[in-house]
Design a protein around this ligand. Structure first.
Ligand code: PMP
Length: 437
């Protein structure tokens, strides 16, 4: 028994059957296919505030928020109006517009960690370009990444660690030449010795260390500030650039992202998601000196037909302007903290093997009794069965979480107290069902 009848997915199922004839696996991005949770993926028809509605008319409080970009919730009036205003004058020119200056100014004036920026069209593109910049700048080839950090579907970064402290990358995807993966070194998070060993073994060969300073793609693997500082120091000592991939944490944890939160200055920062207000945008930024290596000023080539697209810039300007309002992050983070603490109290009181990890307005439901989860390998894969049950129960109670237990949830400024209370009750009921099975 599931406690409640399953929601109707008739229309979604019909759409999915059709989609399967058009797209591999029926989707345009893999996790959307609901492979690791119950049932047919829900086809979303509309969103407003903290709610989404699917094709069958089911309503949900949405904690996926398009995987992070929608920090103001769905269909925010200020963002929508700005987009419509811009669109009335054309959608793309492939030539500079004042809107690019406006968004850049908004960012650079309020972020002391970068001096120049380049807009691209996705997080993947931002990371790919940052890696090329680091290699061009240092004239070195190797990249070091951490197991459990996702950086988009960049060839050199779709690799995982094998056994041992330091390993050469082994690809996690077909279609990546071994020679590319060989340039990638993978180490565990929270492991100073592995990092030291990698720098000894590949002395003067590592162009960049890339990390999600708040790793949020393999659960929420919160790192200690001291570890991030250690990475900063070892990079400086070895003339290796430090790249913070802030595609999720940028403008989410604070306006200055995780760099601001930890007060650690990386050499290059990548952004995506929130920066585009829900439109396809990414960006990377660094000091003037490092950025001067980008074409047409420097020798590192990087370009894009739709880069700095005016409609996307408009959405970004409208969204980021809201984030700069006094108290925006304080209110959002307080709201999240209350939500998370109350769920944790409930689970602890009932002795459930369940933790809610959170930072800022990001949270992760983990079926564990560990006090901290800092490395990918500390997650028990069998615990995902519990998430799968919970996901189904939550959908049946009008709560939408991203369809994977390894993904984090997001709270937006549009999540009202009333809706969060409703969500809590649904979460309590679902936990009871999951643990009493
Ligand atoms: N880096 C990080 C940290 C991400 O979370 C993501 C996407 N989830 C990416 C890069 C890739 O961004 P996109 O999906 O926009 O290409």
């Amino acid at each position: 028994t599931t406690g409640k009848p399953d929601i109707s997915r008739e229309k979604s199922a019909e759409l999915f059957e059709k989609a399967k004839t058009y797209f591999p696996g029926g989707v345009n991005s893999p996790v959307r296919a609901f492979k690791s949770v119950y049932g047919t993926p829900l086809f979303i028809q509309k969103g407003d505030g903290c709610h989404v509605w699917d094709a069958d008319g089911n309503q949900f409080v949405d904690f996926c928020c398009s995987w992070g970009p929608l920090i103001l919730g769905h269909n925010n009036a200020k963002v929508r109006e700005k987009v419509i205003e811009v669109m009335q004058h054309g959608m793309s020119f492939g030539a500079p517009t004042a809107l690019e200056n406006d968004l850049a100014e908004l960012i650079l004036k309020n972020n002391k960690f970068i001096e120049k920026i380049r807009f691209v069209s996705s997080g993947t593109e931002a990371v790919m370009s940052a890696i090329r910049l680091a290699r061009g700048y240092t004239k070195r080839d190797k990249i070091l990444k951490f197991e459990g950090c996702y950086h988009g579907h960049v060839d050199a970064l779709l690799v995982k660690a094998g056994s041992g402290l330091v390993t050469f990358g082994e690809t996690s995807s077909a279609g990546i030449p071994k020679a590319f993966a060989d340039e990638t070194i993978v180490v565990s998070l929270n492991d100073r010795d592995a990092l030291k060993k990698a720098f000894e073994e590949f002395k003067d060969q590592i162009a960049a260390v890339i990390i999600e300073p708040i790793p949020a793609n393999n659960g929420l693997l919160l790192q200690e500030k001291e570890f991030l500082q250690f990475i900063r120091e070892i990079c400086t000592e070895n003339k290796t650039l430090l790249i913070f991939d802030e595609v999720i944490s940028g403008f989410r944890i604070s306006f200055e992202g995780a760099a601001g939160y930890y007060q650690i200055k990386p050499d290059i920062i990548t952004y995506g998601k929130i920066i585009g207000g829900g439109m396809p945008v990414g960006a990377y930024g660094a000091s003037k000196e490092i950025m001067s290596n980008i074409s047409p000023e420097g020798a590192v080539y990087q370009a894009g037909t739709l880069s700095g697209n005016p409609v996307a810039m408009g959405a970004g300007i409208a969204q980021l302007s809201e984030l700069l309002r006094l108290g925006f992050y304080r209110d959002l983070n307080n709201k999240t903290e209350e939500f998370v603490a109350s769920i944790q109290r409930f689970a602890t009181a009932r002795n459930y093997k369940f933790k809610v990890f959170s930072v800022g307005s990001i949270f992760w439901f983990a079926f564990t009794d560990l006090e901290h989860v800092r490395k990918a390998e500390e997650i028990d894969p069998t615990s995902m069965e519990k998430f799968k049950l919970m996901h189904r129960e939550l959908l049946n109670r009008g709560i939408y979480l991203g369809p994977s237990g390894y993904e984090v949830g997001f709270i937006s400024s549009a999540h009202t107290k009333v809706e969060l209370e409703k969500a809590k009750r649904a979460i309590f009921e679902s936990l009871d069902l999951v643990f009493r099975k």
